[in-house]
Design a protein around this ligand. Structure first.
Ligand code: UP5
Ligand code: MG
Length: 195
């Protein structure tokens, strides 16, 4: 895709920072297509006949990053399908969370416009995830998996945020506030960058 045809905003931030919640607000008000890499992986894991089901299940429970070939292919397919229906604006949520994915996506699909980064203290994220875990049914919303997700985020995903910061392509939002207060910041960032 060319950057003229397709706008991609990466949405990054720790586990439970509120990426999905704020993306839903942006879909409502700005008509983005919301593609959560985690949701795409969970759907692929459940898909009958998927050869990656067991692999995805293991990586998610362990808080590890699924090999990029799987995730990039799922995203590429989802972008193509939505593009064919006339959609041009995409929020890519929870991706890229490893340097190799960032480079592959921008080379093989399209360069990102910018990254919306959700900055959130670990103890706030922990509390949110444990609360959600009571009803989410997610295999990774338990203390052991959450700790592993935090470690992967710091070691593997923060370098991606730093990489885009060096290109001056990151807008940070502070997330230890109500959903509405966070959305005010998100909305301001989108208006400024996209209009
Ligand atoms: N909540 C949200 N905002 C709030 C606020 N301001 N105040 C109070 N409560 C707030 O929110 C989490 C919870 O907090 C919800 O209950 C919400 O109501 C509340 P949510 O919006 O769901 O946060 P989000 O940042 O989306 O959290 P999520 O758990 O989805 O983040 P992760 O990044 O951990 O999960 P994801 O689904 O992206 O990835 C899961 C796994 O998939 C990864 O660990 C990894 O194993 C794998 N993966 C890959 O391998 N590769 C990828 O590219 C992507 C994922
Ligand atoms: Mg999410």
């Amino acid at each position: 895709f060319s950057e003229k045809d397709v706008s991609v905003i990466f949405v990054l931030g720790g586990p439970g920072a509120g990426k999905g919640t704020q993306c839903a607000n942006l879909v409502r008000d700005h008509h983005f297509v919301h593609l959560s890499a985690g949701d795409l992986l969970r759907a692929e894991q459940k898909r009958e006949g998927s050869k990656y089901g067991e692999l995805i299940k293991h990586y998610i429970k362990e808080g590890l990053i699924v090999p990029q070939e799987v995730t990039v292919a799922l995203l590429k397919q989802a972008i193509q399908e939505n593009f064919d229906k006339g959609n041009k604006k995409f929020l890519v949520d929870g991706f890229p969370r490893k340097m190799d994915q960032a480079i592959t996506f921008e080379e093989q699909i399209v360069p990102s416009k910018f990254t919306l980064f959700f900055d959130c203290p670990e103890k706030v994220m922990l509390q949110r995830l444990l609360e959600r875990g009571k009803t989410s049914g997610r295999t990774d919303d338990n203390v052991e998996s959450i700790k592993k997700r935090f470690a992967t985020f710091i070691d593997t995903s923060m370098p991606v945020v730093k990489h885009f910061e060096q290109q001056d392509k990151v807008v940070s939002v502070s997330c230890d506030h109500s959903v509405e207060q966070v959305y005010d910041q998100v909305n301001a960032a989108i208006r400024e960058k996209i209009g």
